[in-house]
Every structure is written in structure tokens, then in C-alpha cells.
Design a protein around this ligand. Structure first.
Ligand SMILES: CC(C)(COP(=O)(O)OP(=O)(O)OC[C@H]1O[C@@H](n2cnc3c(N)ncnc32)[C@H](O)[C@@H]1OP(=O)(O)O)[C@@H](O)C(=O)NCCC(=O)NCCS
Length: 593
């Protein structure tokens, strides 16, 4: 048997386990040792991972070893804990199919038997369509049981309304709640160990909510469970708190890995519910997950089929998924004995006695999904290979779904060179060919020290060819919710854009510039590093505001204007002027070339 077992108590194994998850094509937080170790703390079982190989396909199963005391007899089994972990593909084809699945699952079953366990029950991930891609329904019936576990809903984060800062397709009730919540509540987000204080608030609100809905004892997690998740998951763990004044009224835990974020647990009080706080938290988490480069926020399911929690989640307009779990029976005699015994926990369910309760939904058919949710990467080509391109490539590297395929240039001497790891593929003439190859997103890699016309011309050419221009915003830029962004805008690190600003197409907001409230910035404008626009400044198209320049509030700067580095503009500037100095005075008329 070509099998590796990693133990959740052994520091070396923990590091290997985490590393394997990191290297998986689609990792998720539920597979990580930190997640399972938190359950171990609550007495749910002993965490371990089993890695199995069949040809080029390797899979990791994250499991808890449980001890069950039934009628005075002790049994042990392995299961995936609460959440959606279970089977993680590490390598091999994306759709391994039933043959490979049978080989892997039978090896796992052999290990289960050799370890003295009655069964092993991995879950299948709802967002990865594992039921279909592994063909689990075709596993040998003699030693497997497949149970449909219910439905979950997930939001595709590309369905984002950049203007209203909310998900597209939200039902009216959710939009109303969001508006109300935003007008009355404040929001606080904390991650990892910085969340430990907010976790205390979370725990109190969560406990109240669980008591209110008379939740199963299972949902009353020990304090250490939360603290361990925060400490060991680090920035993959976040607490969102909604506050009315200084009173916390709702709180939720979100978990995130590379591609998927998850709504983990949430609680609120009456005041929070009155103000629509839960909606605010989910929408804020969408923004958080987007910033991290996730493609999906998984909201999960309800406590019971079609309950109010499910209705709440569905009203965000996401897609519906279903998932199953597979029980591998290693010791059929004891399995048969356990099925149907009173008080035996999941998964020893008697299918004939199953009801439609959350812990016993076994009669629903396994639904296959029309499309799996692992959306392909967005392939992007850079047009122009100047210093500006380096910065954009760096920004895009924070977004794992963005893949820069290379750059095109006019300067032939640069062909074949690389910048920031991206190859300069050749002449701009290649763009139609790249488009035909399915690369239909682009960024402009040309900055400029005064003349923005070349950028505007490239912009027009690219759009005419049919490319989509991407917006690149550094994760450490602060852009207020109400800012209206044009197409192809790039916003560098340290930039602050305050509310009610309107930014035109192809604008560059360079490192650490500040754009105060109510400014209006025309198309193709470049605000150079560290420049400061006070409130309600207007800047006409194609203008350049030099490094470190300051513009007094309410000043109107015309089109094609150049403001020199460090200048202080205190009065309006007509079109086509170069102004310099403090206070800025006309230096000359902009050259018409
Ligand atoms: C304003 C600017 C365009 C003028 O450039 P230029 O036409 O080449 O002008 P010169 O450098 O020949 O300077 C002409 C005169 O203006 C002065 N001058 C130029 N820029 C000035 C500035 N920012 N503030 C004060 N005086 C300035 C020069 O000292 C020179 O004065 P002099 O004739 O008394 O010697 C340029 O200096 C500038 O500031 N560009 C913006 C650069 C920038 O923002 N880069 C960021 C890229 S991300």
C-alpha cells in the first residue's frame, strides 16, 4: 500500500500536511491541520491525514479518529468533521473518474481496517462537484454507502457590483437590509490572533443565537475551539463585528483559503436583526474574500431544509450545490450492529428510518452540477513593458486567479526579455492572435511622466480589438465604497480614495496619492506618487499631476494640464498648460506632439 499517514499532534507532520494542502490544485481551509486540530480540542476526535496514491493521482483525506461508546462497548471510526473537507486532490486529472476513485477508496478502506476502525467517512466538497468528477456512485456497493447530505449555496464573487459595493442579484429584502444596516451600523474586521478580543464578543452573540434557535448541543463549541482556529489559521480566519454605536449587535466568523471563503458561524442579537446586520456582515465578507483573490464565498446550508437560515442565504442570489458523504465499511459486522442503534452518531443511519432532519437526510438523490465552481484563471496580457508594467504585474500577483501570460511592446529590443517574471512576447501586432487564443483581458503597462496621450491611444486600440481592460487595485489601497471607478483603472499601494469620488477610464492613481471626497477625475489622468487632491477637485482628461503636488480644495484643473513635481496649485488651471512652483504658475503651453 502506497500510503502516508500524518498525525495532527506531530509538529513535523503538521508542517508536511499544511504544505500538501498548499500545493493542491484547489486547497481549502477545511482540509488544513489547524481546522482539524480545533475539533480535537473539543473532544471530537484525533486529527490525522491519510495520503493515498493511484498512478499519477494523489489524494489527501483529512480525518478525525473518534471513539464511540455504544451500549458499554467501545468502537472507533474515522470521519470528516463539520465543514466541507474530506477528499482533497493533490495531483492527477481534474476528473479522476470511478476507476481511480475505486483504487484510492479501497486503499483507504484497507487502512481503515488495518487501523481497527469500523468505517471511514470522508465528505465530498460541494463546490468541487466531487460526486460526479470521482464517479462515487459507481464505487462497489458491498463496502460503500453514499448519502446525499443536502444543499448549500455559494456566491460567485465576480458577480460584484463595483458601484453599490454589493453582490449583483441580491433579492430585494437583502438589498433593503444592507441599505438599512449601512446607514445605522459600523463594521469591524479582525484576523488571526488580532481577532481574539472580537472572538469574545462573537462567542457571546453566537451562544445567544444558538440558545434562541435551540440548536443541537454540537453547536456549542468550547472557547478553546475558536481560539485555536484564530491562532493556527492566522489570516485565513476573520471575525466580522457589526456595531450600533459601541454596542456589538452581530458577529460572524469567515474562513478563507486560496479560492474559497466560507461563512463559518454567526450570531446576532435582537438589535442586530432589526438593523439587518447579518446581511452587512456577509457583504463585507464578500469584499474581504475578493480582496484576498477568492472566487467564491460559500454560505453553506440551513440548519433544517428550507428553514429561515437557508432562505436568508439563498436571498443573496448565489448558486445552489449539493454534497454527499461516502462511508467506507471496513468491518461490516460491527457496522450493521451500529446502524440503527439508538443514540449512535452520524453516519450510522438506518436509511429506512431516515427523516428529513439535518443529521439524517439520506433519501435525497445526489444532484450533479452543470458546472464545477473552480473557475479558470483570468489570462491577462500587458500592453507596454515600462516601469508601470512592473507595478501592475506585482499587484496582480496578489490575486491568484489572475495570470499574466506575458507582455507585448513596440520596442523590438525588449522582445524575449522578462520583467517581474513575465516574458515580453513580441510586438503589439500579436494582440489579435492572443485574443483568438482566448486571452481577452489586458492591462496597459505604460505610465508616463506628463504626456498621457500614448496611454489613451493604446487604450482605444485595445478596446477596439475587443479586449477587456482589467482594473488593478493593490490590496493595500483604501478605496471608499461610494467611489465610482472607470474601466482599466490602476490603483497602487498606499493610495487613499475617499467617498463620492468619480474616477474616469484608464486613470492611474500612483503610490500613496490621496484623492479626497467628491473629486472628479477625467479619463486617462495620471496622479503621480504622493500627490494630494483636496476635496472636490476636478481634473480634466489626459492631465498629469506631478509627484508630491498638492491641489487646493475645489480647484478646477483643465484637460491635458501638467502640474510639476511638488507644485502647489491654489487656483484653476486652464486646458493645455504646464504649471510649476508654490504657488503654481504657468511655465508653458503643453506641446501639441
Ligand atoms: C513640470 C515639468 C513637466 C517641466 O519639465 P520640462 O518642460 O522638461 O522643464 P525643465 O526641466 O526644462 O524646467 C524648466 C524650468 O522650470 C523649472 N521647473 C521644472 N519643474 C519644476 C517644478 N516641478 N517646480 C518648480 N520649478 C520647476 C526648472 O527649474 C526650470 O527653471 P529655469 O528655467 O529657471 O532653470 C517637470 O519638471 C515635471 O515636474 N514633471 C512631472 C514629473 C512627474 O510627475 N513624474 C512622476 C512620474 S510617476
Amino acid at each position: 500500500m502506497d500510503l502516508l499517514v500524518l498525525y495532527g499532534q506531530n509538529p513535523e507532520d503538521i508542517a508536511t500536511w499544511d504544505d500538501l494542502v498548499d500545493r493542491a490544485p484547489v486547497p481549502d481551509v477545511y482540509y488544513r491541520p489547524a481546522y482539524l486540530r480545533a475539533y480535537a480540542l473539543t473532544g471530537h476526535g484525533r486529527p490525522l491525514a491519510v495520503v493515498v496514491r493511484s498512478g499519477s493521482t494523489e489524494a489527501l483525506f483529512s480525518l478525525l479518529i473518534r471513539t464511540l461508546d455504544v451500549n458499554g462497548q467501545v468502537f472507533r471510526d474515522a470521519i470528516t468533521p463539520y465543514g466541507y473537507g474530506g477528499l482533497l486532490r493533490l495531483s492527477g486529472p481534474e476528473h479522476p473518474g470511478p476507476k481511480i476513485a475505486e483504487d484510492l477508496f479501497s486503499q483507504l478502506r484497507d487502512w481503515t481496517r488495518a487501523s481497527g476502525l469500523i468505517t471511514c467517512t470522508p465528505r465530498l466538497h460541494p463546490l468541487l462537484d466531487q460526486d460526479a468528477s470521482w464517479g462515487v456512485n459507481q464505487l462497489p456497493k458491498e463496502w460503500t454507502r453514499i448519502f446525499s447530505r443536502g444543499e448549500t449555496t455559494a456566491l460567485e464573487l465576480k458577480q460584484w457590483d463595483d458601484i453599490r459595493h454589493q453582490m449583483l442579484g441580491m433579492a430585494k429584502g437583502r438589498r433593503y437590509d444592507l441599505k438599512r444596516a449601512r446607514s445605522t451600523l459600523d463594521l469591524r474586521t479582525s484576523e488571526g490572533t488580532n481577532a481574539l478580543d472580537d472572538l469574545k464578543i462573537f462567542r457571546a452573540l453566537y451562544r445567544q443565537s444558538m440558545e434562541r434557535v435551540r440548536a443541537d448541543e454540537f453547536f456549542f463549541f468550547a472557547d478553546e475551539y475558536f481560539d485555536r482556529l484564530a491562532t493556527e489559521l492566522g489570516d485565513k480566519f476573520a471575525v466580522f463585528t457589526a456595531l450600533a454605536g459601541d454596542r456589538p449587535v452581530a458577529s460572524a466568523i469567515f474562513l478563507a483559503d486560496r479560492d474559497f471563503a466560507h461563512y463559518h458561524l454567526a450570531g446576532s442579537n435582537d438589535e442586530g436583526r432589526t438593523h439587518g446586520a447579518a446581511t452587512l456582515l456577509v457583504v463585507a465578507a464578500c469584499e474581504w474574500a475578493r480582496q484576498r483573490g477568492c472566487s467564491i464565498l460559500h454560505l453553506g446550508g440551513g440548519l433544517r431544509p428550507n428553514d429561515t437560515l437557508w432562505e436568508f442565504k439563498r436571498a443573496f442570489g448565489g448558486k445552489v450545490f449539493s454534497y454527499s458523504y461516502v462511508t467506507l465499511i471496513a468491518d461490516s459486522e460491527h457496522y450493521e450492529y451500529l446502524v440503527g442503534q439508538p443514540g449512535v452518531p452520524w453516519p450510522y443511519l438506518d436509511p429506512l428510518k431516515a427523516t428529513d432532519s439535518p443529521s439524517a437526510r439520506v433519501s435525497r438523490p445526489v444532484r450533479s452540477h452543470a458546472e464545477a465552481l473552480v473557475t479558470p484563471k483570468v489570462k491577462v496580457v500587458g500592453v507596454g513593458a515600462g516601469g508601470h508594467a512592473k507595478v501592475i504585474i506585482d499587484i496582480l500577483s496578489y490575486f491568484p486567479r489572475m495570470q499574466v501570460v506575458g507582455l507585448v511592446e513596440l520596442a523590438t529590443r525588449l522582445f524575449g526579455e522578462t520583467i517581474e517574471g513575465s516574458l515580453i512576447l513580441g510586438h503589439e501586432d500579436m494582440l489579435p492572435q492572443l485574443l483568438a487564443e482566448g486571452i481577452n483581458s489586458a492591462f496597459i503597462g505604460i505610465g508616463g511622466v506628463g504626456n498621457n496621450r500614448p496611454r489613451a491611444e493604446v487604450y482605444a486600440r485595445i478596446l477596439k480589438l475587443g479586449f477587456d481592460l482589467i482594473t488593478a487595485i493593490h490590496p493595500q489601497a483604501v478605496v471608499a465604497r461610494s467611489v465610482k471607478l472607470g474601466r482599466g483603472v490602476s490603483i497602487m499601494a498606499g493610495v487613499v480614495v475617499n467617498p463620492a469620488v468619480v474616477i474616469g477610464d484608464n486613470v492611474i492613481l500612483n503610490s500613496h496619492c490621496t484623492v479626497e471626497h467628491d473629486c472628479v477625475i477625467g479619463d486617462h489622468v495620471h496622479i503621480a506618487p504622493g500627490a494630494i487632491l483636496s476635496g472636490a477637485v476636478e481634473i480634466g482628461r489626459l492631465s498629469h499631476i506631478g509627484t508630491g503636488a498638492s491641489i487646493r480644495q475645489g480647484v478646477h484643473i483643465g484637460e491635458r494640464v501638467v502640474v510639476g513635481v511638488g507644485s502647489v496649485v491654489v487656483s484653476d488651471v486652464p486646458d493645455g498648460m504646464v504649471v510649476v512652483g508654490a504657488p503654481a504658475r504657468p511655465l508653458k503651453v503643453v506641446s501639441s506632439k
